[in-house]
Design a protein. Structure first.
Length: 251
């Protein structure tokens, strides 16, 4: 893993990010605004973590550049929280301070230590990618599309970043260990998908998407990640690994 390259990437990605036009007219029905604001507020809560535990544990084993890159990764997640908060407020919704999905995710991810927390964050990135792509494809709104476009670009890089980090350990695993890790990871993704659908299914259904649409897209991103463990790493400049939804639908 080239930690310095990832550090350069994150530092560069902070620059020249166009701010969405928050004051642009909203051409959405009241019912759709309500569904979107509720759903997005729950995702916003999930992005508000401070990263204290993650960075403290990472400092015990990460090199200087890797730790700095992780700090910038955390800052990028906080930027997503800001964008989502602006979207919720623009749609006339309210930000939430507590939700059962957030409590469950926080409880589970801390249970297995630092490496398991990274794995849970990766699972959230995969589910989030599927969700954001469907919402972005189902809604025509300048500010929402611009904000989701920024986040989708970041999420693809986040998945690739975690892939690059995991490859360091993957090379030391025996075939049986690789199979066991892959199995438990797939179980985590499938469970996270079901929980996310319970929470965000009403919003996605209102946009015309089904459980099958949501699950298929998330499975594709997860498969791309698992396949990527077996290939040589690319530079992070080519890191976005999740195909755009439009390309997927056209295939």
């Amino acid at each position: 893993m080239n930690s310095s390259s990832w550090l350069d990437y994150y530092e560069s990605n902070r620059l020249n990010r166009a701010e969405p036009e928050w004051n642009a007219p909203i051409q959405l029905t009241e019912d759709l605004r309500r569904e979107l604001s509720i759903s997005l507020s729950h995702f916003q809560l999930g992005e508000t973590g401070g990263g204290t535990f993650l960075l403290r544990e990472a400092s015990k084993e990460a090199d200087v550049d890797d730790l700095a890159a992780l700090r910038l990764f955390v800052l990028e997640e906080k930027e997503h929280a800001r964008l989502l908060a602006c979207l919720v407020q623009r749609l006339g919704g309210k930000l939430v301070q507590r939700h059962w999905t957030h409590r469950l995710f926080k409880l589970v991810r801390r249970a297995g230590g630092f490496r398991f927390e990274i794995q849970m964050l990766l699972t959230a990135e995969i589910v989030g990618t599927a969700y954001y792509e469907l919402v972005n494809a189902g809604v025509t709104d300048p500010a929402l599309n611009a904000a989701l476009g920024l986040m989708l670009h970041d999420e693809a890089s986040h998945v690739a970043f975690h892939l690059d980090r995991l490859r360091l350990r993957w090379r030391t695993y025996l075939p049986l260990e690789r199979a066991l890790w892959s199995l438990q990871f797939q179980m985590l993704v499938l469970m996270a998908l079901r929980v996310a659908w319970l929470d965000h299914g009403p919003c996605l259904r209102a946009l015309g998407f089904s459980w099958e649409n949501f699950a298929e897209r998330a499975r594709q991103v997860a498969i791309q990640f698992l396949d990527g463990l077996e290939v040589q790493p690319h530079t992070c400049r080519t890191c976005p690994m999740a195909k755009p939804l439009g390309a997927t639908l056209a295939a």
